[in-house]
Design a protein around this ligand. Structure first.
Ligand SMILES: [Zn+2]
Length: 55
């Protein structure tokens, strides 16, 4: 899985294939997320998962 960031709205998303557009705003100005952004994204995902498990 690759993580991408939209330059326009800063939405982060992951996809295994080649992505051309932001799924949130439709902008084509997306770039691969930096390492720091990837860690932030993963951290957010883990937090979200642990919250849903306790609930
Ligand atoms: Zn966007």
């Amino acid at each position: 899985m690759m993580i991408y960031t939209c330059k326009k709205c800063r939405f982060m998303f992951e996809d295994k294939g080649y992505v051309r557009q932001c799924p949130d705003c439709g902008s084509e100005e997306i770039r691969p997320a930096t390492k720091a952004e990837q860690e932030e994204y993963r951290g957010y995902q883990e937090e979200f998962n642990s919250e849903s498990q306790t609930a």
